[in-house]
Structures are given as C-alpha cells and as structure tokens.
Design a binder for this molecule. Structure first.
Ligand SMILES: Cc1cc2nc3c(=O)[nH]c(=O)nc-3n(C[C@H](O)[C@H](O)[C@H](O)COP(=O)(O)O)c2cc1C
Length: 328
C-alpha cells in the first residue's frame, strides 16, 4: 500500500453496500486511496464460477480495490486467493476477523475467529502462501476489550506475513452501542509498529484528522459516514491539506447517480441494494427514517426516484458531522 500525502483513507467493507455500483458513486465524487469490497465467502469463490459472481464485479474507476475474504478454512482461503490471483486484478486481499453480522456469526467467520488465534494464524499463513499481493486483516477489539489478547492476536497475524491491520475498537459483544476505544488503535500502533488503519466513528473530516493525530495510525477507514456522504473522501483529503471542503451536492444527486450505476449489478439485485443504501443515506435528514418508510412503499427504482424528488426537493445536506439516527 502506498500512503496518501498525510494518511491513507479507505472505504470500509460493508455487507450489501460496498458493491460496484456504490463504489462507482464514491469514485464519482473523489476516490479514497483504497476501496474495499463487501465480504466475500472463500467457499463461494472456490465452489462457484467466480466470473459470474457479482460480488467480484468491478470497473476501471473503483480502484485500487481490495477484496475482503471471509471464511474459516485455511485451505479454502489459499485456494480462493490462488483462483482470484489467476483470473482477476484485485490490488490485494483483506482477511475478515471483525464482522459480527448475522451471516458471519452463524458461519463462525469474522469476529468469531478472534477467539481462535491459532486458526486465524493458519488462515493468514495460507493466504500469504497463495499470493505476493498486499495482505491486510480487519479486526475488532478482543472480547471484553482484552488488550493483551488483541496484541498477541495481531502479532500472530503479522508474523505470518499480513502487512496491514485495520482495527475497529469495539468488542464483538458491543455492536455499535458504545463509543469505539481509539486508545486501542494507539496501543496497537505503539506495540507492533506495523501499518495500522484506524476505524470507528469517523463522521467528519475533522474526526479523520483527530483519529490520525490521537492514535498515530497510518490511515483511517470510513464506513457509515460514507453511506451518508459518499463525497466524504474528497472532503477529508481537502481538510488534511488545509483546504476548505467543496459545498455538498444537492441531496437528490447521489440518489440518481447510484440509481444509474445499478446497471452494473444483476437486475434482480438492483432495487434491494438501492433500498439498503437509502436506509442510511436518508438519515442525513431529520425525517429520514420516515422518508425511508415512504420510499419503501414505492415499487420499482423509478417510482422511488420520483418520490425522492418530492421528498428531497427542499432538503439540504446538513454540515458535518454526519449523524446516524439508527444502525442496522
Ligand atoms: C451495514 C454494515 C455492514 C458491514 N459489513 C462488514 C463487512 O462485510 N466486513 C467487515 O469487515 N466489516 C463490516 N462492517 C463494519 C464496517 O466495516 C466498520 O468496521 C464499522 O461500520 C465501523 O466503522 P464506521 O464507524 O466508520 O461505520 C459493516 C458495517 C455496517 C454498518
């Protein structure tokens, strides 16, 4: 990975959301240093024809793109990466040791592996064996914020050839209920000296600068705020250079750009993916959750856009920080 001028800025992997159409919307406004895909199952890559898997689709503009892999069998990670290296041009791979969402929990992927450090190491070893490309791992805090466990887990991965660690410092049992403990990002950087990307509650360009200076991390990864403000990366970059942010676009603009980019997804995915994003994007507005309920009743993407034209015609994007009204 090559650092940006003052800190690397990445789009976080988000299941159901950071697909090619959304990444193109982000790229329209100003790409981050790295895009991450949503998590992709190693099993799916190995056992289904990868060229036909929309989770792997990407274009010229959503680059450099890092594919996030989830699973629990080291040999499937190795085989999946071998296949992907042979047939695709991803910039690198990320190992998911952080996700607590239903699918990951049920399958024993993601944050479940924080309690299985030997297996996690074997996964990292298998991945490293399969590729010379950049390899990162995304972690949460250890259960109950056990810092010693986190540091030893991290050292294990680094010793197997993972080069970059991304930390979202909330424990698996916390969901989004408590604030992230950025001090664990600082500790991880101090103890390992490795390339560390901080993640969690960066809702404005000021937050990004604050995380960089408070923790000494090498970069920040932004998730939910990028769903609300897909243009946040250009604003962070401007802020870090000491320049002022450009004015936000009209609220309708991002909805119409995403709707157009949905053509890069299979037809049967389009409306569902549009809705998944609108749930977050409409939270920019005080009545956003009410708007979302209304838009859900409109059938079809063009009917949804027509209603959005009405609902958003008098709205404005509020100043930073982006505020989340409800998590999912
Ligand atoms: C809807 C949603 C889906 C997510 N899916 C993933 C995922 O597939 N892989 C992953 O590592 N983290 C996933 N996460 C966690 C985010 O990448 C990120 O760590 C978290 O949202 C904290 O960052 P933020 O405060 O900037 O949103 C997801 C988060 C959300 C809200």
């Amino acid at each position: 990975m090559v650092a940006g001028e003052k800190g690397i800025v990445s789009l976080a992997p988000m299941d159901g959301l950071t697909h090619v159409a959304f990444r193109r919307l982000v790229a329209h406004y100003g790409a981050p240093d790295f895009f991450y895909t949503e998590m992709v199952s190693v099993r799916a890559v190995v056992f289904q024809p990868p060229e036909r898997d929309p989770y792997l689709w990407h274009t010229e503009v959503d680059r450099p793109l890092i594919l996030q892999l989830a699973g629990r069998e080291p040999e499937l990670f190795q085989e999946a990466i071998r296949i992907l290296d042979e047939r695709f041009d991803f910039h690198g791979y990320d190992l998911n040791f952080g996700c607590t969402r239903g699918r990951a929990r049920r399958q024993g992927w993601g944050a479940t592996l924080l309690s299985e450090p030997d297996l996690a190491r074997r996964i990292a070893r298998a991945a490293r064996r399969a590729t010379r490309k950049p390899l990162s791992a995304k972690l949460r805090s250890a259960p109950e914020h056990d810092l010693k466990k986190l540091l030893s887990f991290a050292e294990g991965l680094l010793s197997e050839g993972v080069e970059t660690l991304i930390l979202h410092p909330r424990a698996p049992e916390e969901g989004f209920r408590r604030p992230p403990r950025w001090e664990e990002i600082r500790e991880l950087k101090r103890a390992t000296g490795a390339r560390i990307i901080g993640n969690g509650d960066v809702f404005s360009p000021e937050d990004a600068a604050r995380m960089l200076s408070a923790t000494g991390c090498d970069g920040v990864m932004i998730g939910r705020a990028a769903l609300l403000r897909p243009w946040i990366f250009r604003d962070v970059r401007a802020f870090l250079k000491g320049e002022s942010s450009p004015a936000p676009p009209h609220p309708l603009e991002a909805t119409t750009i995403l709707a157009k980019n949905l053509e890069f997804l299979p037809e049967e995915w389009r409306e569902k993916r549009f809705s998944l994003w609108l749930f977050w994007y409409l939270q920019n507005f005080p009545f956003g959750l009410y708007y979302f309920g209304q838009v859900q009743k409109a059938q079809g993407i063009s009917a949804k856009i027509t209603l959005l034209e009405k609902l958003l015609s008098r709205e404005k994007i509020p100043p930073y920080p982006a505020r989340i009204l409800q998590n999912r």
